[in-house]
Write a protein that binds this ligand. Structure first.
Ligand code: HEC
Length: 87
């Protein structure tokens, strides 16, 4: 019985822990990459569709010389911005 309860707790708590962990990591990626040229507010005061954020992040990547925002970071940033500033 106790084992069942412990298993249930893990099953319920793990996704919560995993999702908050992800969001923290994503926020760090966003804050470090998207504050290089302009304040984060430029992004945070807008709401965009997922497609809209993808287009914006792709446009920003083209402005950066070199590889400041790689493809993996770009995907994380798009998901993060859509989650907190999606429409
Ligand atoms: C190399 C410098 C640079 C970096 C890095 C950069 N931006 Fe920009 N961003 C600009 C400039 C310049 C403008 C204003 C001109 C324009 O809109 O193209 C701008 C404008 C914007 C705008 C307002 C215009 C719009 O399309 O809504 C948003 C939102 C934005 N940036 C988000 C981001 C995000 C998110 C990131 C991180 C992925 C980022 N920026 C990284 C240079 C940068």
């Amino acid at each position: 019985m106790r084992l069942v309860l412990v298993t249930l707790c893990i099953l319920i708590l793990f996704p919560l822990w995993a999702s908050s962990f992800d969001e923290k990591m994503a926020r760090k990626v966003f804050e470090s990459r998207c504050s290089i040229c302009h304040p984060l507010e430029w992004s945070l005061e807008r709401k965009k569709t997922k497609k809209g954020w993808k287009e914006t992040v792709d446009r920003m990547r083209k402005k950066t010389a070199g590889n400041i925002i790689n493809e993996e970071d770009a995907a994380i940033i798009v998901d993060y911005l859509y989650k907190i500033r999606g429409k």
